[in-house]
Design a protein around this ligand. Sequence first.
Ligand code: IPE
Ligand code: IPE
Ligand code: MG
Length: 233
Amino acid sequence: MSSCRHLAIIMDGNGRWAKAQGKPRTMGHLAGADNVRNIAIAANEAGVKYLTLYAFSTENWKRSEEEVGYLMKLPAYLFQKYMREFMERGFRIRTIGELDRLPAATAKVLRDAEEESKDNPGLNLIIAINYGSRREILLAARKYAEDVRDGRANDLEEDGFSSYLMTDGIPDVDFLIRTSGEQRISNYLLWQIAYAELMFVPESWPEFTPEVLNRCLDAYAHRDRRFGGVHES
Ligand code: IPE
Ligand code: IPE
Ligand code: MG
């Protein structure tokens, strides 16, 4: 039985969930934001130390201006409503993704939450926003090339390369869950999921309750992670 230190979730299906109830897609995103709080608490209670949530991908800019604008306001909604509780629970808010390409107000809300919680000892709640894994790997390669050029580095190993990624200091993903039935990775944490266990669940993100999470974590705990080795029975 292995415990899940780093859980990553692709929070998918908000739009379809709302449409199925005759509501606009944005109402799905709002319900999804409230669910971030519920699942962060449940993951923390289950012993997860790092929870990385895919909130907005580098591809999501293709959506309508209205939908993108709505999504960009959700960090302010989330932290106004729940930051006090996150602080009380000792959560450390972190981000991955290019914040400087977000609307200034959105970036500020995220940076303020990171700053306020930076000394907290508890769950690392990592929001992936304007995040794309290919972009992350490209930026890492560029930074490494600069370091070689300037004489700061010259022999790269896997661990060393990891430190150039936006997830520097964060352990590899143990378990990746995607909601809403889609079975793809959508440019998420490509390097970091090299040996993650994967699970695709039919529930949309607003329907992904702590009970569903706990079922997933139970299933994870029974997986045999071999990392290329052999377990004698
Ligand atoms: C996930 O839900 C949230 C984001 C990608 C921002 P979607 O908005 O992708 O919902 P569906 O997949 O269209 O139902
Ligand atoms: C992935 O969901 C991105 C996020 C959950 C933020 P999408 O709904 O954007 O993914 P695709 O386009 O269906 O692959
Ligand atoms: Mg989707």
